[in-house]
Every structure is written in C-alpha cells, then in structure tokens.
Design a protein around this ligand. Structure first.
Ligand SMILES: Nc1nc2c(c(=O)[nH]1)N[C@H]1C(S)=C(S)[C@@H](COP(=O)(O)O)O[C@H]1N2
Ligand SMILES: [Mo]
Length: 332
C-alpha cells in the first residue's frame, strides 16, 4: 500500500517517523507501546515498511546476499518497487551498446571474478581490495531508492550495499583531498562498445568529498537480495540517489582521491548538457528537453500522464543542505 499525497506525489518517511528498532523487535514492548496510544502515524509507517519488504521479489537467479534493513534516514522509499524483469532489461551501460536492451543482451561476456578495486590518490592508506574483502567492510543493507535517468525515466530498486563512507574512512583521506573520482572497467575484449567513440573510455565519474561521505551514497553489490546482474554494473557500482543516473558508475575498478575536480565521461562528451553536479533538478532544463517530469519504467505507459520530478529526486530533506548557497542553475 502506498501513502499518496497527490496525483503524482508520495510521502517519504523521515527518520523521526520510523519506529525505534527496539520497539518492533519485541512484540510485548510493541503492545505496551500501542496501549499508551503513542503509536499513531509511526506505527502506520512501520507497517508499510514491512509490507514493502515483503513486496521485494527475490528472483533467485543469482547468488543471494544476506541483507539487513537499512536504518539510514531516507534509505527506504514507500513507492512501488519496479519489477526485476524491468530493472534488469532497461539499462544504460554504454560499454555494451547504446540501446536500452543492449546491456541485458551483451553483458554476459563481462568477467566479474576475480575483481579488484584499487583505491589511491590523496589518502594515507592506499589499497587494492579483492571484491570479497571489500564486501566484508560493512553489513549488506537493503535500500529502496529511486533512480532517475537524465533522459526522463525512473525506477525504484531495492539495492544492496553499504555507505561508501565506510570505505572512505578506512583509507584515511588527506586534508587536501576534495574530490573522489570513480573509474570503471574498459576492456575491449569483453565490452564490445569500448572500441567505439561514443564516450571517452574508461567511463569516469566524480563526487565532492561531502557527497561521497553522505550516508545515502551507496557502494552497491546487489539488487533484489542478489548480487548485481552484469547489466546493472556487476560486481560493484555506485548509486547516488539524488543525482541523475549517470553519476552512478557501474563496474568500478578504481577510486581516486584528488584535489582538483575530476573530469567526468558525460561532461567530456557534452559539457553544455552534463555538468559535474548533475543533481536532479526539475527547474533546470536539459538544453534539449524539460526535466520537470518523468516516466516510471514498467508502470507508466508511453501515453500515460508523466509524473512530476521532485527536487533532488525526493531526497531534498537529506541532501539539500550540502548545496546551500550554490547556484544550481550554474552548477548543474
Ligand atoms: N560504466 C558505466 N556506468 C554507467 C553508465 C554507463 O554507460 N557505463 N550509464 C549510467 C547511466 S546514464 C544510468 S541512467 C545508470 C543506469 O543504471 P541501471 O541500468 O542500473 O538502471 O547507470 C550509469 N552508470
Ligand atoms: Mo542515464
């Protein structure tokens, strides 16, 4: 069930509305608490969260991950989860082709084992992590995030991973580290479009240090309770829910801490269309189309009325203060 606030809007839970864990873990406490009459809206929110968890299908195609529910504020939206079949067949992963169906068709050639992520640049403790070790750095949390592509479509996906901040803290950035750069695999042998000139390979993205440290920035290893399918960026990707989809780099092999703002693949391809920040902003049009609305994959047909895009993709309460004073029309 969804709490609708309007034709296009949904209500998102704030941390204060989420029932304290100790209360719902103990049935007797819960009954006592309800008897005091204090339950009200918080209980309704809790029940909906649980209903939502039930709604996540476990496709059972790939290796299962042991997941825990996330307690990070804003990490679980109340919206209907996109079906696995849609989230895994409508993709952008240009290394495997530019058509939405290409990654699902072609990404089976990607070899994800063994996999190493190298972390270097302005850090006290540079390291090369084998994927298995990286995955053990934190509990695998299930987070239900909206992801909105700059092209005007969106989906709601139960991602699995932990805050990137866990890794950042481990490598101890130096005082002059201001940005984090993400470089992804560019292997001509297994990625058919890496030879093409659509983009400058490897695919590169970047975040400001505070964005990288924000608890919602997810180092992602899975979705729908399983390891990522190749087309969604296996074995490790980023998901930055308040930014356009292209900031969420797939199949990451290198993370580098820098003093200068890193160059990003889409900015190099079209600087006037894709800036560094790329925060979802319905008020700043893409030079070739409006960003005010979006279509939900698997739900909104081509002729359905589009839904309104929310500021920061609905995560304004959690991330808005990071951009106070920044002109978002200039820093798009
Ligand atoms: N390496 C790599 N990462 C990438 C891309 C890409 O082409 N290559 N496309 C981006 C874009 S434009 C989007 S919208 C999201 C799509 O993620 P999804 O297929 O899991 O929905 O991945 C992003 N990460
Ligand atoms: Mo995108």
């Amino acid at each position: 069930m969804l709490i609708r606030t309007g034709r296009d809007g949904f209500q998102h839970p704030q941390s204060s509305e989420i029932t304290p864990r100790a209360v719902y873990e103990d049935r007797r406490n819960l009954l006592k608490w309800m008897a005091t009459g204090a339950a009200g809206a918080a209980l309704a929110t809790w029940a909906q969260r649980e209903a939502l968890a039930q709604q996540v299908q476990r496709p059972g195609k790939l290796a299962q991950l042991a997941v825990v529910r996330s307690t990070v504020p804003g990490a679980v939206t109340m919206e209907k989860v996109t079906e696995y079949k849609d989230a895994s067949t409508y993709n952008n992963f240009y290394e495997f082709g530019t058509d939405k169906s290409d990654p699902a068709k072609n990404a089976h050639t990607l070899k994800t084992n063994p996999w190493t992520v190298e972390v270097d640049g302005l850090v006290k403790k540079p390291a090369k992590y084998a994927l298995e070790d990286l995955m053990k750095m934190g509990a695998q949390e299930e987070r239900i995030y909206r992801l909105r592509c700059v092209e005007g479509w969106s989906m709601v996906v139960p991602w699995v991973g932990f805050s990137l901040s866990k890794l950042v803290e481990k490598v101890e950035p130096l005082g002059n580290a201001k940005y984090v750069e993400f470089l992804t695999l560019a292997d001509k042998a297994t990625m058919p479009f890496v030879g093409s000139r659509v983009l400058d390979w490897p695919y590169a993205e970047g975040l400001r240090m505070d964005e990288a440290m924000h608890p919602l920035t997810l180092l992602t290893f899975g979705m729908y309770g399983e390891v990522l399918p190749n087309q969604n960026g296996a074995p490790v990707r980023l998901v930055v829910p308040w930014k356009y989809g292209f900031k969420s780099a797939k199949s990451i092999v290198k993370i580098r801490f820098t003093e200068q703002m890193p160059k990003t693949a889409w900015n190099k391809a079209a600087a006037n269309e894709y800036g560094f920040y790329s925060n979802v902003n319905p008020e700043v049009d893409h030079p070739r189309w409006s960003q005010a609305t979006e279509r939900r994959i698997g739900e909104d047909g081509l002729f359905a009325k589009k839904r309104k895009t929310l500021m920061f993709n609905g995560y304004e309460a959690q991330v808005g203060q990071m951009y106070a004073g920044l002109d978002l029309k200039k820093n798009f």
